[in-house]
Design a binder for this molecule. Structure first.
Ligand SMILES: [Zn+2]
Length: 143
């Protein structure tokens, strides 16, 4: 049974919903409908109290969860963390002094006179992406 159907349970019929007094999901008898034909008031079969029917808000909960995961994904990767990971992975490689004329390939370890040690993470036409301790930079090569 879907939530929508449940909200339209006929008067004098039974549905399960949260009891405001018992603080538990319990069976309730439908007392009145509103003008749109939805359940408006219910009576708890356990404690006998009559109260407003509250449709379940499962969709709201789902939305919140989705927002949370999206926020986590949008967080930018930390340049320092990436560099540390790569530096450890290629710690046995001897850094090659960087020059604009040099030819490099991904995973090469270079030694830049300004930025220091860097690891080539990607190649473009006459350019390469290098991860340094503070940031990722595009350097020219193959000139
Ligand atoms: Zn109750």
């Amino acid at each position: 049974m879907t939530t929508k159907d449940k909200d339209r349970t006929p008067v004098a019929q039974i549905l399960e919903t949260q009891c405001t007094k018992c603080k538990l999901p319990l069976t309730h008898m439908v007392v009145t409908h509103n003008s749109e034909g939805f359940v408006e008031r219910v009576q708890c079969r356990t404690c006998g109290s009559e109260h407003k029917y509250r449709p379940e808000k499962k969709k709201m909960v789902k939305k919140k969860v989705a927002k949370k995961s999206r926020a986590t994904k949008s967080r930018k990767p930390d340049a320092a963390a990436i560099f540390e990971q790569l530096a450890e992975k290629f710690q046995d490689k001897k850094p090659v002094p960087y020059t604009m004329q040099g030819s490099y390939q991904a995973d090469d370890v270079i030694d830049h006179k300004t930025f220091g040690k860097g690891i080539v993470t990607g190649m473009l036409y006459q350019k390469m992406e290098v991860a340094f301790a503070d940031a990722s930079r595009l350097l020219v090569c193959d000139r």
